[in-house]
Write a protein that binds this ligand. Structure first.
Ligand code: AR6
Length: 167
């Protein structure tokens, strides 16, 4: 449990090895945390993203962090919530696991996640937090790297929800 931390605030401010972006399949930016990350990183991020050719839901891609304090950005595409019977939990879980695998491959030690899919994509926050915490715990059982995961809560709801799961 000491490998999991909860931070309240803006993910773009964090001095970590990688922050995760809740992107869309084009990887060309958008609103929410995606917009904030692109604004803070600068236009070079968008240029690098253009070269990636998009990303399927549940997968992840890595870029540099440019003007961000974080060294890298791991872009993952969460599922849009359609009621829960369209494979949403498995796809959301895949986002966390594929991001963690990329971090491990690059030997990154600290990685910060926003609450993927819980904004524009409408995934219920409580259900999403459960998937997120469970995926990270399971990954940690079998892997020593990354050393630390930070869950970043931007809204008050998520602060309450994550706190209750991590207690
Ligand atoms: N730092 C940390 N968390 C944040 C920040 C921030 N600066 N800003 C918002 N959040 P969303 P999604 C939280 O909508 O649901 C974009 O247009 C927010 O409170 O950013 O996966 C993409 O391009 C929420 O809990 O992502 C896609 O089209 C969480 O981040 C689409 O939105 C996720 O909300 C992805 O939708």
């Amino acid at each position: 449990m000491d490998r999991i931390e909860l931070v309240i605030g803006d993910i773009t401010m964090l001095h970590v090895d990688a922050i995760v972006n809740a992107a869309n399949r084009t990887l060309l930016g958008g609103g929410g945390v995606d917009g904030a990350i692109h604004r803070a990183a600068g236009t070079s991020l968008l240029e690098e993203c253009r070269g990636l050719g998009g990303c399927p839901t549940g997968e992840a891609r890595i870029t540099k962090g440019y003007h961000l304090p974080a060294k890298y950005v791991i872009h993952t595409v969460g599922p849009v919530w359609h009621g829960g019977n369209q494979n949403e939990p498995a796809l959301l879980r895949a986002c966390y696991l594929s991001s963690l695998r990329l971090a491990e491959e690059k030997r990154l030690q600290t990685i910060a996640f926003p609450a993927i899919s819980t904004g524009v994509y409408g995934y219920p926050k409580e259900k999403a937090a459960q998937v997120a915490v469970q995926a990270v715990k399971e990954f940690f059982e079998a892997h020593t790297e990354p050393e630390k995961v930070i869950f970043v809560c931007y809204d008050e709801d998520n602060v309450q929800i994550y706190s209750s799961y991590l207690d």
